[in-house]
Design a protein around this ligand. Structure first.
Ligand code: FAD
Ligand code: SF4
Length: 456
């Protein structure tokens, strides 16, 4: 019998969606979810589960969908993941659970992420059944409110601890709030999944920079254990001539202005943003795709410049496809070497063509400049999205804290730093990774924090 195709995700028409910031992927209906779930073979040895960084029992939640038991399916996911509406939208499933599905060999893995999102959206606004242990009134702290700290906070609160989250920005959520745009991850979803934490008596303190407002040592005196989930939010720059010209932004600044500060709704919101006409985005990860698609929605003609080929682009496959559908140009095997301008404003990116050489230590072929291939791309705005690194504030104010030469916090196999009782996880430990990996680290650290406090 021929294997049925995956049920496509309904989505906004590309011509319409480049004129708004509404969500692109619209989510399955019940009928579509049942049809997609019916493709699952319910394998005796479900390989999909091994592909999930937090070990969600994928086979069982899909079985519940097959039976129309959506509530049970939702709680099956929540056994391992408190934030399925977010991960169902942003996880790189094609390299994780879906890559491990037996049907991936035939090119038609079950659309696990879409089914996860379906259940989360179906059940999210209903009263939640959360099992918690008796309150023990022991105070613990999580620094940062990205997925790593949120996951740690949720699990510690369920174990009965009094959890305090400290966030440097004025809103919680980390990259989920300030980085990933509304058209991929609506903020009402982020806010709702964070709001569910308050039902667990988690206290969120915003506008608190740990390392400035309070030192880590001060917090350590107040709290029995601390989790550091401060992410890797400081942008990297190209370091080429002309990078300081006006009109050149880091993706961080650009996305924070537009997403968190709602610059796309200026003057209704106070934050202005430059609306470029010809925009060059440097990089090809999720951040670059988000910046390019955001600039497109602000009215620009956008070109992504990337030094390797399409096969090496690190962004989620769906984001690359969506960017192409939206008319974003891809100038591959090309790298900026300088920016030129007039009266202080950028006017062009000088780029050089590249070819791919032997693989590097991560297995990706090295880009090599082709001598004499320099040429210019006219532009009035450039957005640099080539990666991020940890913010050094915490390290500067805590000289004892052990970090790597890149500034990432060093932890042992129990997520504990070299300071007893202080744990860490997420991007601050691994460098830029994924939402689900950060969630997984937060959850595992919570187990060890509990053991530490109980003296186990
Ligand atoms: P973060 O989410 O970075 O949160 C850290 C929080 O700590 C921030 O809120 C920060 O303000 C706060 N903080 C920092 N220092 C302090 C301090 N000293 N005191 C108090 N608070 C502090 N991953 C995916 O899986 N799928 C995607 O589609 C995807 N898209 C992305 C798009 C963009 C634009 C970006 C930037 C990243 C994307 N990622 C994606 C990566 C993913 O978002 C991160 O891996 C994940 O958010 C890391 O979580 P975290 O909790 O470690 O840190
Ligand atoms: Fe279903 Fe694929 Fe998991 Fe098998 S591996 S149980 S087909 S999702």
């Amino acid at each position: 019998m021929a294997l049925k195709d995956r049920v496509p995700m309904p989505q906004q028409d590309p011509r319409l969606r480049i004129t708004n910031f509404d969500e692109v992927a619209l989510g399955y209906t019940e009928e579509q979810a049942l049809a997609e779930a019916s493709r699952c073979l319910q394998c005796p040895n479900p390989t999909c589960i091994q592909g999930c960084p937090v070990g969600i029992d994928i086979k069982s939640f899909i079985a519940f969908i097959q039976q129309g038991k959506f509530t049970q399916g939702y709680y099956k996911i929540k056994e391992k993941n408190n934030f399925p509406a977010m991960t169902g939208r942003v996880c790189p499933q094609e390299t994780q659970c879906e890559a491990s599905c037996v049907l991936a060999k035939m090119g038609k893995p079950i659309a696990i992420g879409r089914l996860e999102r379906f259940l989360a959206d179906h059940e999210m606004y209903k009263p939640q059944q959360i099992e918690t242990e008796k309150k023990n009134h022991i105070p613990v702290a999580c620094v940062g409110t990205g997925p790593a700290s949120l996951a740690a906070a949720a699990d510690l609160a369920k174990k009965g601890y009094e959890v305090h989250l400290f966030e440097a920005l004025h809103l919680p959520g980390g990259v989920l709030s300030y980085g990933i745009p509304e058209f991929r991850l609506p903020k009402k979803i982020v806010n709702h999944e964070i709001m569910l934490l308050s039902d667990l008596d988690v206290f969120i303190h915003t506008d608190v920079i740990v390392g400035k407002t309070y030192t880590l040592q001060q917090l350590r005196r107040e709290f029995k254990s601390i989790f550091l989930g401060t992410g890797a939010g400081a942008p990297l720059l190209l370091g080429v001539p002309g990078e300081n010209l006006n009109g050149i932004f880091t993706a961080n600044e650009f996305l924070i202005r537009v997403n968190l500060m709602k610059a796309y709704r200026f003057p209704e919101f106070d934050t202005p943003i430059k609306r470029g006409k010809e925009v060059v985005v440097v990089g090809a990860g999720n951040v670059a795709m988000d910046a390019a698609r955001t600039a497109k929605r602000l009215g620009a003609n956008v070109t992504i410049v990337y030094r390797r080929s399409r096969a090496e682009m690190p962004a989620r496959a769906e984001e690359i496809e969506h960017a192409e559908e939206e008319g974003i140009h891809m100038k591959l095997l090309t790298n900026p070497i300088a920016f030129h301008g007039k009266d202080g404003w950028v006017q062009s990116a000088e780029v050089i063509s590249m070819e791919l050489g032997t693989p590097d230590e991560r297995g990706r072929r090295r880009p090599i400049p082709i001598e004499g291939s320099n040429h210019e791309i006219p532009c009035d705005q450039v957005i640099v999205a080539i990666g991020t690194t940890p913010n050094p504030i915490l390290k500067h104010s805590t000289p004892d804290l052990l970090v790597t030469s890149h500034g990432n916090i060093v932890v042992d196999e129990h997520y504990q730093t070299n300071i007893p009782g202080v744990f860490a996880g997420g991007d601050i430990v691994t460098g830029s990774a994924t939402v689900i990996e950060a969630l997984g680290a937060g959850k595992r650290a919570a187990i060890y924090m509990d053991e530490f406090i109980r003296g186990a």
